[in-house]
Design a binder for this molecule. Structure first.
Ligand code: AMP
Length: 430
């Protein structure tokens, strides 16, 4: 088994890794780190939860280290690495990783994302940063205001590239790339291989190396999955019951709609379970506060939509609840990927009503096995209730999720049915 010390990383980086408590590199780290260090372009099929962030942050820090300067002069801190992410949450988390892994290295980093005041970002950029983590739209705002110079970038990372395409960022990405030096190293991370990703990779990467890993906690491993059959109108009651009976802390609950997320959080609050919702309509400060409260244990339940949950970095989340099954089986895999991260076990509970049997079948097809069903005493479904179509409202949300899933934010407006599971890279045979 590969050790961190085998990877050619400097002691300053190994020390930060040790302090983080990591014992061995994850597969994507073991594969990607030497490739990135060699200076090659990389196409990596890896989703959140695989340890991909350290897989690119560590070798990039190593590459930048020899020329890192302790001088205060901004001119000595040009932007040398640009990391593009689809969402502000991921942007913040990646930069947090840069700071963490780079704590013994004099390399500066900052974030640039929308939805917040631009001025503090301008101030940071003026100081000079070697590693810039950005969402595409706000980065282009800075370009327009000439508050960032991208002509010195040596390494470009596209993180969760498939999500960026889903969110309609392709033109922004192309614009940004046109501002970078032609000669540079490119790393592209994507959970799925759609034709669009292949096309993008073809235009951006030169002679890339490939790395493919399945999530460490693919459905089959680590995560205990259970379906609790229940009537659609009794889901909220059952959820409160389970949380109280099992005395669960730190539960991430998924709903299909933003509205459903907000309402459920309020209802749980009323049931005496401290909860908050996190979704696209929440302001940035609200999201940050909800996530922080959740991490600190100030709230027990975070109710999220699939989009908002993407990229949330919460270590070893013990419990995920599918309050409603997602329309796309792939989202189920993403959701349960939030638990049992990096080696610890997790539990994924799905509250499934009669309307969702078809969705459940599709998920089980992707998992290639049935999920264990467990009736909760007192909540057995009434066999006389007939299924209702989910797209016409009501299903699963206890009478409220209206219409099909809303389009992704950030332009494009395409529904989320992209990125089908058959596009998922296969598990590396290791
Ligand atoms: P990522 O896929 O980059 O979002 O990382 C998923 C989680 O795994 C994060 O919470 C990391 O802190 C954690 N992690 C990353 N690398 C390792 C490792 N080598 N050993 C244990 N945990 C890790």
């Amino acid at each position: 088994m590969t050790k961190f010390t085998d990877l050619g990383l400097a002691e300053e980086l190994l020390r930060a890794v040790r302090e983080k408590g990591y014992e061995v590199p994850t597969p994507v780290q073991a594969d990607a780190i030497p490739i990135v260090l060699s200076g090659r372009d990389l196409l990596a099929g890896a989703q959140t939860g695989t340890g991909k962030t350290a897989g690119f942050v560590l070798p990039i820090l190593q590459i930048l280290m020899p020329q890192a300067s302790t001088s205060a002069s901004p001119a000595r801190h040009p932007v040398r690495c640009l990391i593009l992410t689809p969402t502000r949450e991921l942007c913040m988390q990646v930069e947090e990783s840069v700071r963490m892994y780079g704590k013994y290295v004099p390399i500066r980093s900052t974030t640039v994302f929308g939805g917040v005041n631009i001025n503090p970002q301008i101030k940071e950029l003026r100081r000079g940063v070697e590693m810039l983590v950005a969402t595409p739209g706000r980065l282009l705002d800075h370009v327009g205001q000439k508050t960032v110079d991208l002509s010195t970038v040596e390494i470009l990372v596209l993180d969760e590239a498939d999500r960026m395409l889903d969110m309609g960022f392709i033109n922004d990405i192309r614009k940004i790339i046109s501002l970078l030096p032609k000669k540079r190293q490119n790393l592209l991370f994507s959970a799925t291989y759609t034709d669009e990703i292949r096309k993008l990779a073809g235009t951006i990467l030169t002679d890339p190396a490939f790395v493919q890993v399945a999530a460490r906690n693919t459905a089959a491993e680590l995560v205990r999955q259970v379906v609790h059959p229940v009537d659609r109108e009794r889901k909220r009651e059952l959820l409160s019951h389970i949380i109280k009976a099992k005395n669960l802390d730190q539960v991430l609950v998924f709903t299909r709609t933003k509205h459903g997320a907000s309402r459920l959080a309020q209802q749980l609050d009323r049931d005496g379970i401290d909860s908050a919702a996190i979704h696209g309509d929440k302001s940035q400060p609200q999201r940050i506060k909800a996530l922080q409260d959740f991490k600190d244990g100030a709230i027990r339940v975070l109710v999220a939509t699939d989009i908002a949950a993407r990229g949330l970095d919460i270590d070893s989340l013990p419990h995920v609840v599918n309050y409603e099954l997602p329309h796309v089986p792939e989202d189920y895999v993403h959701r349960i990927g939030r638990t049992g991260r990096a080696g610890s076990e997790g539990e994924a509970l799905s509250l499934v009503c009669v309307d969702e049997h078809k969705l459940l079948k599709e998920i089980e097809k992707v998992l290639r096995r049935p999920i264990e069903k467990e009736l909760v005493h007192g909540f057995a479904p009434d066999p006389n209730i007939a299924p209702e179509p989910i797209t016409q409202g009501r299903s699963g949300a206890g009478g409220g999720s209206r219409g099909p899933r809303s389009p992704r934010p950030g332009g494009g407006g395409r529904p989320a049915q992209k990125g089908h599971p058959h596009n998922r890279p296969s598990q590396r045979g290791k």
